[in-house]
Design a binder for this molecule. Structure first.
Ligand SMILES: Nc1ncnc2c1ncn2[C@@H]1O[C@H](COP(=O)(O)OP(=O)(O)OP(=O)(O)O)[C@@H](O)[C@H]1O
Length: 280
């Protein structure tokens, strides 16, 4: 391992972490549907926050406002030094790209370039920091390759670096996607249903990776989860959404069955709990 690696692990050199603040945020989709209503909340840097709620409650909408993927209609969101605001005050161009470099995202469907190698996928996380000619020629700096390898080590998949992404299992592909995000050296990782396509044991592996990254690197993690047991087990704090409104915000330990029933507006079923679903 080259000397620089010791001081330049993924996340290690990120500028100071970013608090996230929602101030009276609403989202109205172009068809008139209201995705979020008057959300005010604050996520201090370094927290691991789970967003829970029924399908359609607004979890993805909330997460995607943080990196500007879903524009907000009123209120504002601050992420460190950046402010996301509606209409003409929207972040654009370079400022939006800079924000998205600080805020990495992991998707349910992994979003890898399947035909190329794992390491090439992870190096995509360095694009924002790399002149276009270098990325076009795949002439990556040695330090960038080192960073990418360290990111793969952190999710314990470095042995797959030179395999094609398509040859990996779903869980392995999701870990590559997490490594790609880590290679960005983000302050925040957004994870939109990261385990929805995975089997129960693999879901735990991926959640443990996110938890370790949060604890070891101090990167804020905001994760949408369908399964309540996973949310309680891995997140410091849960935010419950119902019809686009925050109806619970507190530690997982306080989220008992009554709280969940309020968030869901119905009794829990086996479908809501990963361990129970695994036994079905
Ligand atoms: N682009 C869009 N245009 C119109 N309505 C939308 C759009 N995207 C989402 N919605 C609606 O906004 C509501 C919230 O959607 P969102 O995807 O945030 O929910 P969710 O809680 O993440 O649900 P799921 O768990 O099913 O992904 C839903 O009723 C959805 O149909």
């Amino acid at each position: 391992m080259i000397a620089v690696a010791a001081t330049r692990g993924p996340g290690a050199e990120s500028p100071s972490a970013a608090d996230i603040r929602f101030n009276n945020v609403s989202v109205r989709y172009p068809n008139g549907f209201t995705g979020l209503t008057d959300v005010t909340l604050s996520i201090p840097a370094g927290q691991m926050v789970g967003i829970i709620g029924l399908s359609g409650a607004g979890k993805s909408t909330l997460v995607r406002t943080i990196n500007g993927l879903v524009p907000i209609s009123s209120g504002d969101i601050t992420v460190g030094d950046y402010t996301l605001a509606p209409g003409r005050r929207q972040l654009r161009g370079r400022a939006l790209r800079d924000l998205r470099s600080d805020v990495g995202m992991v998707f349910q469907s992994f979003n890898l370039a399947k035909r190329t190698t794992v390491i090439n996928n992870v190096l995509m996380g360095r694009l924002h920091h790399t002149p276009a000619w270098r990325s076009l020629l795949a002439a990556w700096e040695k330090d960038d390759v080192e960073l990418a390898m360290q990111a793969l080590e952190r999710v314990e998949i470095v042995s797959k670096a030179y395999e094609k992404a398509s040859s990996l299992s779903g869980g392995q592909q999701q870990r590559v996607a997490i490594a790609r995000t880590l290679a960005q050296q983000p302050k925040v990782i957004l994870a939109d249903e990261p385990v929805a396509s995975l089997d129960p044991p693999t879901s735990h592996v991926v959640m443990r990776d996110l938890q370790r990254i949060n604890a070891e690197l101090g990167i804020t993690v905001v994760v949408n989860l369908h399964f309540l047991d996973l949310a309680r087990r891995y997140c410091d704090r849960l935010i419950g959404l119902r019809s686009g409104t925050v109806v619970f915000d507190g530690p997982g330990a306080e989220a008992d069955e009554k709280v969940f029933e309020n968030i869901y507006g119905r009794s829990l079923t086996a479908e809501d709990v990963l361990e129970a679903k695994a036994e079905l």
